[in-house]
Design a protein around this ligand. Structure first.
Ligand code: PRP
Ligand code: HPA
Length: 178
């Protein structure tokens, strides 16, 4: 497991001052290109969820990079995957919430019938920075009366204190950076 974590850590690149001055962008594209490292990341997420929860009903992934990890994880666990998307992409009745992120502002939506009340949901994304996106995702799932088990990300940017923003919900991360 420590070995898998090293494999994953070795496939994350840092780009200073992208997309704007002062932001150090953590780039996961080397991870996605390396099947062993990509698999190790999914393995670690799956292991963590299996040992932490006896039941999970749904994985909810954030647009767009949560979609890189969520569906595979849901398939591994034998459960469904639901989309939390940027505004205007989902048809039918939706809930929406606006939020701020590390370098901008946006609005997220979920379909009103995406989850049933009381369903146990894990929310997945690649990375937490300010926590604005995951806070918005939690807010949407709360509106649908889902039970949020935790937010799970590959990367946590510690100095931005995103974990505080998603309180009272639990945040778990595979890798932490200052
Ligand atoms: C990035 C990242 C997270 C979010 C983290 O996505 O993938 O979803 O920002 O920032 P926060 O914790 O400050 O909210 P982005 O909104 O850039 O969209 P993308 O996944 O489509 O690139
Ligand atoms: N890296 C990748 N995605 C991000 C970041 C980052 O540092 N901050 C917000 N989204």
């Amino acid at each position: 497991s420590e070995q898998k974590l090293q494999l994953v850590r070795g496939r994350i690149r840092a780009f200073p001052d992208f997309p704007s001055p002062g932001v150090c962008f953590r780039d996961i594209t080397p991870l996605l290109k390396d099947p062993a490292a990509f698999c190790a990341a999914i393995d670690l997420m799956e292991d963590h969820l299996r040992k932490t929860y006896s039941q999970i009903d749904v994985i909810a992934g954030l647009d767009s990079r949560g979609f890189l990890f969520g569906p595979t994880l849901a398939q591994r666990l034998g459960i469904g995957f639901v989309l939390i998307r940027k505004k205007g992409k989902l048809p039918g009745a939706t809930e929406s919430v606006s939020y701020s992120l590390e370098y901008g502002k946006a609005e997220l939506e979920i379909q009103a019938d995406a989850v049933d009340p009381k369903q146990k949901v894990v929310i997945i994304d690649d990375l937490i920075a300010t926590g604005g996106s995951l806070w918005a995702a939690c807010t949407l799932l709360k509106k649908l009366n889902a039970e949020i088990l935790e937010c799970l990300v590959l990367i946590e940017l510690k100095t931005l204190e995103g974990a505080k923003k998603v309180t009272p919900f639990k945040l778990c991360s595979l890798l932490q950076y200052d």
